[in-house]
Design a protein around this ligand. Structure first.
Ligand code: ATR
Length: 292
């Protein structure tokens, strides 16, 4: 009976809006955290097609919904409906978290926090280094922003299947963040061996290697890893992607996308509740879920 009384007039609602609203770990991460922290909150998925996006935000204010995560395809478009957008979300051009502050919606990009927390142990090494980022979509923009702003890398290579997208992104960051040392390359593995082998950091921001297509990235990216490198894969399912496994066999240090997933969630959680997420317990729960 206790659980039936759990949600009441004091319950604060958080949601994720997207379309289609695919299977996501966010409800698991946040509802578990609310439970562990004894907070009277609930996290729910809402399937919102683009034509309803504006009304969904009005509805959020009308119903007093405390916050949203924003996912595909609304992350970029939602910026035009928000008056208050944080600096990082503005530069990246994408919002993944909204906080409703007494009827005013504030947009943030906490993916950046996920990237920063994931790479923080390597901060000293990354200063002035050369970094290669595979992919030129939303995740890539969060990574590039963090590499320039927080890690102060010296040089960035953007590698992408569609060369023009990488070129456009390169020009964007050159101008927007006044970062000169950025180059773009098409994803043609034989031509990239030098670029990869001279990079201190390699980040895969594409969905290559994600379950069930687990062989994708490992067969598309040059195998030129070495023991001085750090390899970060934003893919979190499987936790150890083939790319990370391969990098490990060459002695490189690796970072799984699961850390980024949980840390971006932790920042959103803090923005909504003002409390720290119990990240260690959540991490263990998600690992056991993924391994089950
Ligand atoms: P996200 O917001 O998750 O970054 P996105 O904006 O759709 O998603 O970007 C996906 C990125 O992964 C793109 O850089 C895409 O390359 P293209 O610009 O050529 O489309 C890249 N990508 C996705 N699937 C890929 C694959 N199978 N091989 C190579 N690159 C892939």
């Amino acid at each position: 009976m206790q659980s039936l009384n759990k949600f009441n007039h004091n319950t604060k609602i958080i949601g994720v809006i997207g379309h289609p609203i695919k299977h996501s770990f966010s409800p698991l991460i946040h509802n578990l955290s609310f439970e562990l922290s004894g907070l009277n909150y609930i996290y729910l998925p809402f399937d919102v097609p683009s034509t309803n996006l504006k009304d969904a935000l009005k509805g959020m204010i009308a119903l007093g919904i405390k916050g949203f995560n924003v996912t595909i395809p609304h992350k970029e478009k939602i910026l035009s409906y928000l008056k208050e957008v944080s600096e990082e979300a503005n530069i990246i051009g994408a919002v993944n978290t909204i906080v409703n502050e007494d009827g005013t919606l504030h947009g943030y990009n906490t993916d950046v926090n996920g990237v920063v927390e994931s790479l923080l142990p390597f901060k000293d090494e990354l200063a002035n280094c050369e970094a290669t980022v595979i992919g030129a979509g939303g995740a890539s923009r969060s990574v590039i922003y963090a590499l320039i702003r927080t890690f102060k890398v010296g040089k960035i290579n953007i590698v992408n299947r569609t060369e023009q997208t990488a070129e456009t992104l390169k020009e964007y960051f050159k101008t927007k963040m006044i970062f000169e040392h950025i180059k773009s390359f098409p994803l043609v593995p034989p031509d990239l061996v030098n670029v990869f082998s001279q990079s201190k950091l390699i980040v895969n921001t594409t969905s290559m290697g994600m379950s069930p297509e687990i062989d994708d990235a490992a067969t598309t990216i040059p195998e030129s890893f070495n023991k001085d490198q750090i390899v970060f894969d934003v893919v979190y399912n499987p936790i150890k992607t083939k790319l990370l496994a391969l990098a490990e066999t060459r002695g490189a240090r690796t970072v799984s996308g699961l850390k980024m997933l949980i840390e971006q969630g932790a920042k959103s959680y803090e923005l909504w509740t003002g409390e720290k997420m119990p990240v260690e317990k959540v991490y263990k729960a998600v690992v056991s879920y993924l391994n089950s």
